[in-house]
Design a protein around this ligand. Structure first.
Ligand code: ADP
Ligand SMILES: O=C(O)C[C@@H](O)[C@H](O)C(=O)COP(=O)(O)O
Length: 335
């Protein structure tokens, strides 16, 4: 059963909108940040990682975003181009804004954290007038990511993109991607997340992220099913709730639920799991996989990425994922 319709005539499989940043991942693992001396530079930012993941899977992708007019900005554009991501809608900031940086700390495979430098970042300066309807119209799908809603004008740019997608029947994937440090108030956060989710066809988030969206609603009780069902009266066809090493569960607007287990792996660090899961899951849905098969594919991709050092550069190809699935131990989630 297919829950989404993608127009095969379109030039792009997916266009992503949001942040293009730089990750500086600790080279010295099992060490706190205070004692970490060297880092490796990668392109980062959740929607950038997802677009890179899809491109590695052979999908035609494009990006709408804003980069700093400096060496870091140029590093990002050239990496996207090397990965065959169209950059026609990547705009260079002219106000002196800088590239967002994410320093990662790997204290142990289970204890990872991110230290973000996000003052005056170029990605949040994307203007609604810089979002092209024509560009979105040329794509089979649009990916939005919640962090871009944190501030104006990037917030309005995302709502413009949503408007163009809806107007042109382009299905929208919404990765909640909640980064508390980019937001100032809980109410503002929940309001904008809920407004974007209402307009989305597929919503992907962790249990904690959905809890944040529900915090102000005074629900008598919530669980994954209650969470998902709220969105089916709007535009959602699929809602995915991720539970880290316990796998994931998806609900569909025909009343069904679908369980996703995990593949065992030697975890190096936990970040990058969500982005690799999203890219391979989207790939699966766009290739007519069942929801369960798309979740398995997502879980396998996540398993590969968390065993490697980066979130973006480690994104696997279809062959790598399929090969991994043949040999890795799968842990199914209990019904
Ligand atoms: N320790 C782990 N071992 C194997 N797979 C994992 C592990 N942690 C996460 N995953 C996979 O990655 C997916 C997304 O992880 P999760 O941590 O929930 O998202 P996020 O990175 O967005 O917080 C999970 O549904 C699971 O398939
Ligand atoms: O999103 C960022 O700005 C940082 C990412 O590039 C980083 O690799 C990361 O945190 C990925 O997170 P996840 O996939 O949500 O685990």
């Amino acid at each position: 059963m297919s829950y989404l319709t993608f127009d095969s005539e379109k030039k792009f499989d997916l266009v992503a909108i949001g942040r293009l940043c730089v990750d500086l991942n600790a080279n010295e693992i099992n060490r706190p940040m205070e004692e970490t001396m060297t880092f490796t530079k990668y392109v980062g930012g959740s929607p950038a990682n997802i677009a890179i993941g899809l491109s590695r899977l052979g999908m035609k992708t494009g990006f709408i975003g804003k980069i700093a007019d400096d060496q870091m900005g140029r590093f990002i554009t050239s990496y996207l181009e090397k990965n065959e991501i169209n950059t026609d809608s990547v705009i260079t900031d002219k106000t002196g804004a800088v590239t967002g940086l994410a320093f990662t700390e790997i204290k142990s495979p289970e204890e990872c954290s991110i230290l973000m430098y996000r003052d005056n970042v170029a990605d949040l300066k994307l203007e609604p007038t810089e979002v092209s309807e024509e560009y979105i119209k040329q794509s089979k799908s649009l990916l939005i990511s919640g962090t871009a809603l944190a501030k104006s004008p990037s917030r309005e740019a995302v709502f413009m993109a949503l408007e163009y997608a809806r107007k042109n029947n382009v299905p929208v994937f919404f990765d909640i991607d909640y980064r508390p440090y980019t937001w100032t108030s809980e109410a503002e956060t929940a309001v904008y997340y809920n407004l974007a989710a209402e307009k989305s066809d597929v919503i992907i988030g962790t249990r904690e992220e959905f809890d944040m969206m529900e915090k102000l609603l005074n629900l008598e009780e919530s669980n994954d099913q209650v969470t998902a069902e709220r969105w089916f009266s709007h535009n959602a066809k699929i809602v995915v709730i991720k539970h880290g090493g316990d796998g994931s569960i998806a609900y569909t607007n025909d009343g069904k639920s679908h369980r996703g287990g995990i593949f065992k792996t030697k975890v190096l660090k936990t970040f990058g799991a969500g982005d690799s899961y999203a890219s391979a899951f989207i790939y699966g849905l766009m290739h007519d996989y069942s929801v369960t098969e798309a979740m398995r594919f997502g879980g396998a991709s996540a398993s590969i990425v968390i065993s490697k050092h980066s979130s973006s550069d480690a994104m696997p190809t279809v062959e790598e994922i399929k090969g991994f699935m043949e040999t890795a131990e799968e842990v199914l989630q209990k019904a």
